[in-house]
Design a protein around this ligand. Structure first.
Ligand code: 4AD
Ligand code: MG
Length: 444
């Protein structure tokens, strides 16, 4: 019977078949210890010269790393270790002998591995990350489905910018001129919310930004809920409830993977409502108290500006300093309108502020969510489109949403790869997606 390794505990003392690959092999005289992987896990096999035919013994000696094999054997419990199983091997069928495999158990440089990403994903750590990613996305879908949100897929070819014109990828679009790869599905999600009440998008988004940081990629997946009749506080309540659900479910269902990744789960267990909520002004006070300057680079000259000036957006050192004294995600709200996108609603009590909210992950992982209440006033929104230098003609349809039954509404965007990086405690975002796209990488 063909069994996947993740289900092996249900087959103790039974004879089963595993279809997979040789991960590693050790031998000591009349015993061989092949490690088999099948995509769901790894199990150690035991081949005893006196228990198997000569052919099986010889075939095992021929195997190279990553050779594909089908193996028969009996499942046994490890004599000492809890929850560890072994396969007492009887039969072997070689499907394909692998050529000398480039990735060996020794340490390799990151570029070497990144160039071989199509093979690197077979390693234990990388496949654990991809399993956690799968669990995160599944939890997101379930959370929104169970809470009455409609999945509303936004287009990827778009005629206009959403998050600033300086980070657009463009392509020719037949006789219709230029098309841009979507930076965000939000504007479409707003139309969806006014049609369906509560919606969310989940799809690839693009930023043509020459950013070589540990947090930026040019193609990333974003999940964006949008809700009619939600103000900024409703939005923040949803963010808290949603994040708690996803994090707690992932640590419950993906213990084994997080263990492989040596993730300190006690840190994630603390991600329970309520989260700290601080205003942008309070965040600036924290930066000033810690004497964290703004760093400006012009023509390779670096300038440190102290105290941190009001009105500027935060970079990685600021985000790290702000969350340092908290052990949960931190919601930073009421941002300087100048630093934020055109669609954010102005604070009716202070027009210099926008009703935006960013979520900074704990442990210094930086911004994972950006959101806001949306400007629902036709006149202010029109002025804002103008002052951001955006082409009014492309926003006619969007302005219709303020002409025909405008309502207060809000939403946010979660970067899936930032979330995976945080949950898996990764040094660099490049390992959070099967095939990363960065300014200097489009292959494989
Ligand atoms: O803050 P951003 O730019 O917000 C928006 O796009 C809004 N339209 C969202 C909304 O309100 N519906 O991006 C949202 C999130 C960020 O917090 C971050 O997690 C992720 O998307 N993100 C990136 N992730 C990886 N690489 C990049 N270059 C990213 N840019 C944004
Ligand atoms: Mg943002």
């Amino acid at each position: 019977m063909w069994v996947y390794i993740e289900k092996i505990s249900e087959y103790v003392n039974q004879e089963i078949t595993i279809k997979g690959w040789l991960y590693n092999i050790r031998s000591s005289g009349k015993l061989m210890f092949p490690e088999l992987r099948d995509g769901t896990g790894i199990i150690q096999g035991v081949v005893s010269k006196k228990e198997v035919s000569e052919k099986v013994w010889d075939d095992f000696s021929k195997l190279t790393q990553e050779s594909s094999i089908i193996v028969q054997g009996t499942v046994s419990k490890h004599p000492k270790k809890e929850d560890v199983f072994e396969l007492q091997i009887k039969g072997l069928e070689i499907v394909s002998i692998a050529e000398p495999y480039p990735i060996t158990p020794k340490e390799h440089g990151v570029d070497f591995l990144a160039d071989r990403r199509h093979l690197w994903i077979r390693s234990q750590k990388q496949s654990a990350i991809l399993r956690v990613r799968n669990e995160i996305i599944q939890s997101i879908r379930e959370y929104f489905y169970n809470n009455g949100f409609i999945l509303f897929d936004a287009p990827i070819f778009t005629p206009n910018a959403c998050e600033g014109t300086s980070t657009l990828f463009s392509t020719d679009y037949f006789d219709l001129g230029k098309a841009y790869l979507s930076q965000s599905g939000q504007l479409y999600a707003e139309a969806g919310a006014l049609a369906l009440g509560k919606v969310y998008t989940l799809g690839p988004t693009f930023r043509a930004e020459y950013s070589m940081t540990r947090r930026h990629i040019t193609e990333f997946w974003m999940m964006e809920p949008e809700m009619a009749y939600y103000d900024i506080n409703d939005n923040m309540d949803l963010i808290e409830d949603f994040l708690e659900y996803v994090v707690q479910r992932v640590i419950k269902n993906k213990k084994k993977e997080l263990d492989i990744l040596e993730r300190d789960i006690t840190k994630l267990e603390k991600v329970k409502k309520p989260f700290p909520r601080i205003s942008y002004d309070e965040a600036v006070e924290i930066l000033r108290a810690k004497d964290i300057p703004l760093i400006k680079r012009t023509d390779n000259v670096e300038e440190q500006i102290r105290p941190f000036p009001w009105g500027e957006d935060f970079g990685a050192p600021h985000e790290e300093a702000i969350v340092e004294n908290f052990d949960k995600p931190v919601l930073v709200h009421h941002w300087p309108a100048e630093a934020k996108a055109f669609y954010m609603k102005r604070d009716p009590e202070n027009p210099k502020l926008a009703l935006g909210v960013d979520v900074l992950a704990p442990e210094g992982f930086g911004e994972i969510i950006g959101g806001s209440q949306r400007e629902d006033n036709l006149e202010i929104l029109t002025k804002s489109i103008e002052s951001h230098g955006l082409p009014m003609s492309e926003f006619e349809w969007y302005l219709d949403l303020r002409k025909y039954g405008s309502v207060p509404h809000s939403g946010f965007g979660l970067g899936i790869e930032r979330m995976v990086t945080w949950i898996c405690n990764l040094e660099h975002i490049r390992e959070s997606i099967p095939f990363v796209r960065r300014p200097n990488r489009i292959r494989p």
